[in-house]
Design a protein around this ligand. Structure first.
Ligand SMILES: CC(C)(COP(=O)(O)OP(=O)(O)OC[C@H]1O[C@@H](n2cnc3c(N)ncnc32)[C@H](O)[C@@H]1OP(=O)(O)O)[C@@H](O)C(=O)NCCC(=O)NCCS
Length: 196
C-alpha cells in the first residue's frame, strides 16, 4: 500500500485562553445528538482531515460504508455521538466508542472530536467535548481516553483544558505523509466510585 503524500494542513494557531471563545459563532451553534441524516456532513469534515492533516492517522478517505461502520461503533450500546449545528448545517461532531474490545475495558471509552475548519478556535470544540464528557459520565463511563498526535497541540490543549492528563507517550507508532508520528495518550476519570 503506498503512502499518501498530501500536505500536512493548517490548524488554527491561537494562544490558549486568548478569548476567541466568546465569538458570536459559538453562541449560534447548537450541540445535539447526531441523527442518521447527519452522516454525510460528518464524513465530509472527517475526510478533509484525512486528506490534509495528521489529526487522523487514516491514509485514505473513508467510504460511506466505512463511515456507517464508524457511526455504528459510536452509537451502539450506550455510546454517544453529538453534532454541532449552525443555521441548519452540521459543523462538527464528537463521540465516544470502544477503547479496547476485551470485556474488562467496558467502563473506559475513547473520544473523537472534529470541527469544520471555519468554526475552529471559537470554543465550539470545547462545548462538544464538555457535553460528551457529561453524557459519558451519565452512562457510567469511568475513564475517557484520548489518543492524539503529539503535534496536535490544539487538541491536546483542548483536552487538558477539560481536565485530561497525559498518561502516555508512544514515539513513532504511526506514519503518514512520509514521516513518523508520535502518539500522546491522555485520560480523565469521570467519577470517583470506588468499585465498578
Ligand atoms: C481540535 C478541535 C476539535 C478543537 O476545537 P476548537 O473549537 O478549535 O477549540 P476551542 O476553541 O474550543 O478551544 C478549546 C481549548 O483548546 C485549547 N487550545 C485552543 N487552541 C490552542 C492552541 N493553539 N494551543 C494549545 N491549546 C489550545 C484551549 O485550552 C482552549 O480553551 P480556551 O479557549 O478556554 O483557552 C478543532 O480545532 C478541530 O477540529 N481540529 C481538527 C481536527 C482535530 O484535530 N481533531 C482532534 C483529533 S484528536
Amino acid at each position: 500500500m503506498s503512502v499518501p503524500n498530501a500536505p500536512q494542513g493548517a490548524q488554527h494557531n491561537r494562544a490558549p485562553g486568548s478569548g476567541a471563545g466568546d465569538l458570536d459563532a459559538s453562541a449560534q451553534v447548537v450541540i445535539r445528538y447526531a441523527d442518521p441524516q447527519d452522516a454525510g456532513a460528518m464524513l465530509e469534515i472527517f475526510n478533509r482531515e484525512v486528506a490534509q492533516t495528521i489529526s487522523s492517522w487514516e491514509w485514505f478517505a473513508l467510504s460511506e460504508e466505512d463511515w456507517r461502520a464508524w457511526i455504528h461503533e459510536h452509537t451502539k450500546d450506550d455510546h454517544v455521538l453529538l453534532v454541532a449545528e449552525s443555521s441548519g448545517r452540521v459543523v462538527g461532531f464528537s463521540g465516544y466508542g470502544t477503547f479496547r474490545t476485551k470485556a474488562g475495558y467496558v467502563s473506559t471509552a475513547e473520544d473523537s472530536v472534529f470541527l469544520d475548519e471555519s468554526f475552529r478556535g471559537h470554543g465550539v470544540g470545547k462545548r462538544l467535548l464538555a457535553r460528551l464528557l457529561d453524557e459519558a459520565r451519565a452512562r457510567q463511563i469511568h475513564v475517557m481516553v484520548a489518543a492524539i498526535t503529539s503535534e496536535n497541540l490544539v487538541s491536546i490543549g483542548l483536552h487538558q483544558a477539560l481536565g485530561f492528563e497525559q498518561v502516555g507517550y508512544l514515539p513513532q507508532v504511526g506514519h503518514k505523509f512520509g514521516r513518523w508520528l508520535d502518539l500522546v495518550l491522555l485520560q480523565i476519570t469521570l467519577d470517583n466510585r470506588p468499585t465498578p
